[in-house]
Design a protein around this ligand. Structure first.
Ligand SMILES: [Zn+2]
Ligand SMILES: [Zn+2]
Length: 412
């Protein structure tokens, strides 16, 4: 039970403040700094298609769950995706997960404009593939990364799949116009533009429900451990990990990323993983995974750790995490929507510490995450706090967003 924390939709001036925040302006600049013409062309084409399908439908209708206004969810009848062109596919989501970002998104606490087609994490079944698709076939179960990537550009080849050059910046499912208008995974069907590059077959023996969040949040938690821990452990087997998660009284972000991160660190061999969070139910979930959980009051007396993960999505949490990074250690930030934050430069300089901040390269990480799951050492399914039918999505997700529930999975 997610304690007694309750959240309310942001309407009126509070919604306007979220839309016009300095962080929103920064995100808008990033979205438009490359490929603005392509972004606009996609929007225009989608609007024209909607009008055409309304006047003289040529495609069947499907359901898509839409966040219509802050705190309001409804199924909408929309045209199903067009038959896939060369290299593309159409899939049917069979297990859809909430992301830690969905609560602020749906309640109107982010600069992303509403309405939007919701959902960006899923395992799906391939319905149809276009000409030339080689690596997936009809009926196969696949993880669908939330970010759109082509697999062939200079960024994709380097593994920086979150910055694919073939599409406008921050192109992703489930963020509406802000994410480039690619649709959401809470729908009967989803179009995948680069099937061979994006879709990762689900290994036999892995339950779609267990892997639904691998599309985003599991990779987002795993990456901090996966990128740094093996090297740190090779040099010092006693390397400690500290995850600075929710610090204020009622963090609006869900807590799955910090929990996946701690779990992955243990799976990769860390002997001691600590997580700091103000929420009692998050600390209980962490203890259940073998992570040592502490209240933020304990943070002051904690000694610095060689790997610190700034997972609070707040400038205060990042400041605390940077100050707790040990000599020659690494501070890795999950990021956030604040435009600026303080950095203890002299301390980092004196300690020879490194700081990394950025978005997850989900597609590049999915195979190693699935491999770790298949090895039996990593169990992201233990983080799931509620499960139900996709048909029941409006009711179950409303409950998820208004409480501090950690992870809801919907099965189709
Ligand atoms: Zn997400
Ligand atoms: Zn690319």
């Amino acid at each position: 039970m997610a304690d007694s924390i309750r959240f309310r939709p942001r309407r009126g001036p509070r919604r306007a403040a979220a839309l016009l925040s300095p962080g929103g302006a920064a995100a808008g600049q990033i979205a438009l700094e490359r490929g603005a013409g392509a972004r606009l062309a996609r929007l225009r084409a989608a609007a024209a298609d909607r009008v055409r399908q309304r006047r003289a439908p040529t495609r069947p209708v499907m359901r898509a769950l839409v966040a219509t206004a802050p705190g309001r969810l409804a199924w909408r009848d929309v045209p199903a995706p067009a038959p896939p062109g060369p290299g593309a596919a159409v899939v049917r989501p069979i297990a859809v997960a909430t992301c830690d970002m969905d609560r602020p998104l749906v309640l109107g606490a982010t600069p992303f404009p509403l309405p939007l087609a919701l959902g960006h994490e899923c395992v799906a079944e391939v319905l149809t593939v276009g000409d030339g698709v080689r690596t997936v076939r009809q009926g196969q179960r696949v993880v669908v990364p939330f970010q759109i990537s082509c697999g062939e550009c200079v960024a994709c080849r380097a593994g920086w799949t979150s910055n694919c050059r073939a599409v406008p910046p921050i192109s992703m499912y489930g963020f509406g116009v802000g994410g480039g208008h690619w649709g959401g995974t809470l729908a009967d069907q989803l179009a995948v533009p680069f099937a061979d590059a994006m879709l990762v077959p689900l290994p036999d023996g892995i339950d779609p429900v267990a892997a639904a969040s691998v599309a985003d949040t599991v990779c987002d938690g795993y990456r901090h451990a996966g990128a740094h821990l093996p090297g740190l452990l090779a040099r010092d087997p006693d390397t400690e990990v500290l995850i600075v998660a929710g610090l204020d009284r009622r963090p609006i972000f869900s807590a799955s990323v910090p929990l996946y991160c701690g779990s992955a660190a243990l799976a990769l061999g860390a002997r001691r993983v600590r997580l700091v969070d103000s929420r009692a139910h998050v600390r209980r979930a962490a203890e259940g995974l073998g992570i040592e959980a502490l209240d933020p009051k304990a943070l002051r007396r904690l000694r610095p750790a060689a790997l610190v993960v700034a997972a609070s999505a707040s400038p205060e949490g990042m400041w605390a995490a940077l100050n707790k990074t040990a000599p020659d250690g690494v501070c890795s930030s999950v990021g956030g929507l604040h435009r600026v934050g303080r950095v203890p430069l002299a301390r980092l300089y004196g300690r020879n510490a490194s700081f990394h901040v950025g978005r997850t390269n989900a597609r590049a990480l999915i195979p190693e995450v699935l491999e770790l799951m298949a090895s039996g050492r990593f169990h992201p399914e233990l983080v799931i706090s509620a499960e139900g039918s996709l048909d029941d999505a409006p009711r179950l997700l409303d409950a998820h967003y208004r409480t501090a529930d950690i992870k809801t999975i919907l099965r189709a």
